[in-house]
Design a protein around this ligand. Sequence first.
Ligand SMILES: NC(=O)C1=CN([C@@H]2O[C@H](COP(=O)(O)OP(=O)(O)OC[C@H]3O[C@@H](n4cnc5c(N)ncnc54)[C@H](O)[C@@H]3O)[C@@H](O)[C@H]2O)C=CC1
Ligand SMILES: N[C@@H](CC=O)C(=O)O
Ligand code: NA
Length: 430
Amino acid sequence: MSKPLKLGVAGLGTVGAGVLNLLRQNGDVIAARAGRPIEVVAVSARDRTRDRGVDVTGLAWHEDAVALAADPNVEVVVELIGGSEGPARRLVEAALAAGKPVVTANKALLATHGAALAQLSEAKATPLAYEAAVAGGIPAIKALREGLAGNRISRVAGILNGTCNYILTEMRVKGLPFDVVLKTAQELGYAEADPAFDIDGVDAAHKLAILAALAFGHQVDLKALHIEGIRNVSALDIALAGELGYRIKLLGIASQDEAGVTARVHPCMVPEASPIASVDGVFNAVLAEGDAVGRVVLQGRGAGAGPTASAVVADLVDIARGRTAPVWGAASATLATAPGLPMERHRGAYYLRLMVLDQPGVIADVTGALRDAKISLESMLQRGRAPGEAVPVVLVTHECEEAQMQSALARIAALPSVVEPPAMIRIEEL
Ligand SMILES: NC(=O)C1=CN([C@@H]2O[C@H](COP(=O)(O)OP(=O)(O)OC[C@H]3O[C@@H](n4cnc5c(N)ncnc54)[C@H](O)[C@@H]3O)[C@@H](O)[C@H]2O)C=CC1
Ligand SMILES: N[C@@H](CC=O)C(=O)O
Ligand code: NA
């Protein structure tokens, strides 16, 4: 067998320790597929004494992660620190500049600096691989970049954050409170170092920007993305969605037509019969629509040590085999910046849940606001009867434009009989 491929791994947290473990556990099959053994020779982490459940005896230890790029024994740098700036960015830039291939799971870095990193990778003819950055163990990057290379892609979408999907599932199935489930997701190694990135939709937005760049050949400006997380999704809305035949999912959706690219991340109600509705727990789903292939849906675990390490090792096998591809699937000179379409142009049906005082005339006021915004109703239900007290009222609209909905919502929220800010969830037929 040929000489081993020697790795320097930066960051020995959930994913870093997972990669070391997987390389040891499946070393034989990985070597057979890579054509040579893949060995970790050097590491960098913050705390030398911490027990990570992985033996680092005999490996070179660098206090400064960036030093891995200059270590003459390291052929490939694996960046598993995280964050769009700081040591992660410096290490990736230094490794590419030194002509050392990089494998990373860092979606924040790719979504923020992907264009410049792609140029550096091309200038140095050095691969930058990131299968683990989107949808964990699902081979979503390969699927889009290679498997669907013959298609014009019109839409790419999915459940892109394992932490949020896990929280929404546990709230629905076990009736557990949001904070309790978030803590478990952190203990299981699903959440980002700052879990606000997960629950506020930022992590899903990073992944969507990466998928959209691959799918459409456009760099997507993160600032142009509409991003909402799951903080305001209540147990009541999850239960009411079930009564109406829907599940609530945090989705990322990007589509392209003649007018430009729309990219958005927000909670959605999807019909229970939709294949995406039954993707639960830490599982993610990635859906792509191509002109030749039609619809492709992939699902699998989107977070955690094993699934993420699986994706990192897949990239390492490619590098060992000399299989490389441009970072965004095509030369970066061919990438355009997509005109982002504003969210006000979005069209769809809406779920509204209001807490209203149970008194005569309230429904007339609410439906009047919808009528004035030219929004028609598909259904309405009121739960309970408590004269003079607040009760939930649910309205499901027919398709309308987001701008119409926002104007109606502003009027409804201002009604004296509406005692809480209205809950609004977009309905998506995926
Ligand atoms: N946990 C997951 O399920 C997934 C994580 N990712 C990404 O993988 C990367 C790593 O994530 P996790 O392992 O979950 O994070 P983590 O927080 O468990 O591990 C990161 C490690 O990097 C170390 N570190 C911080 N600064 C350092 C420095 N200057 N030099 C060396 N080490 C340093 C930390 O001490 C920590 O042990 C992130 O980019 C994350 O977004 C991607 C897919 C899934
Ligand atoms: N925090 C992320 C980890 C994987 O990318 C998630 O929960 O999906
Ligand atoms: Na992946």
